[in-house]
Design a protein around this ligand. Structure first.
Ligand code: ACO
Length: 182
């Protein structure tokens, strides 16, 4: 199965020409400035299906292409739960392709004074772009969004192999993950 756009390479689309998931102002300038000049970090856009969003996610795990219509429907359903999901992408300006992805979502609680926990999910960097601190920048942005939203903690699950990466991002190992697959 191919995730390539049928339109081929195209020119870079600035934020104001896109239908974005959330306001790009939530992405701190400090992190933007630390990205290589040929890359741009922004919220997921409703047209990112054509920029290889699923191809980058497939670096992380098995991805089934639902087709553009279903992808856009999922985008809109998630965005309608306002203030809950914050998916971001890093785009290569030369190709206008997604090369990095990540998301934080807000879990609202009754405990901790009606506290909120930020959950970081689905972090992936294109194989050809790994080792350039893009993963670190994605985590910095998502943690910033989580903290700005008032989360008392930001958490994630990862493999043992990725523990050193998250430690470099300032996270510490806490407790264990349990899973029951359907
Ligand atoms: N082991 C040890 N150190 C690592 C590892 C690793 N597996 N990965 C990165 N690092 C270090 C880097 O060397 C760097 O250290 P430095 O600051 O001393 O130079 C630091 O962590 C930051 O690394 P980045 O360059 O930002 O990492 P990268 O852009 O390659 O992204 C990522 C890391 C996201 C894990 C990437 O390798 C990837 O996409 N892997 C496949 C998908 C995946 O496993 N995603 C995470 C799933 S967990 C989740 O989604 C919550």
């Amino acid at each position: 199965m191919s995730f390539l756009s049928p339109y081929g390479p195209s020119s870079f689309t600035p934020d104001d020409g896109l239908d974005l998931f959330f306001s790009p102002e939530l992405i701190p300038d400090q992190v933007k400035k630390q990205l290589p000049g040929d890359l741009h970090i922004r919220p997921l856009a409703s047209s990112d299906y054509h920029r290889g969003h699923l191809a980058v996610l497939s670096v992380l795990t098995v991805v089934t292409d639902p087709g553009e219509d279903a992808w856009v429907e999922q985008f809109r359903t998630m965005r309608a739960t306002s203030g809950t999901y914050y998916p971001i992408v890093i785009v290569d300006k030369a190709s206008d392709k997604v090369v990095g992805v990540g998301c934080v979502f807000m879990e609202r609680k009754f405990l901790r004074g009606l506290g909120i926990v930020g959950h970081i999910e689905d972090i992936a960097v294109d194989k050809g772009q790994q080792g350039k601190k893009l993963g670190l920048r994605i985590i910095q942005v998502l943690t910033h969004i989580s903290e700005q939203a008032g989360c008392y903690k930001t958490i994630l699950n990862c493999s043992d192999a990725n523990i050193p990466f998250y430690e470099k991002c300032g996270f510490i190992k806490k407790e264990n993950e349990m899973a029951k697959y359907a």
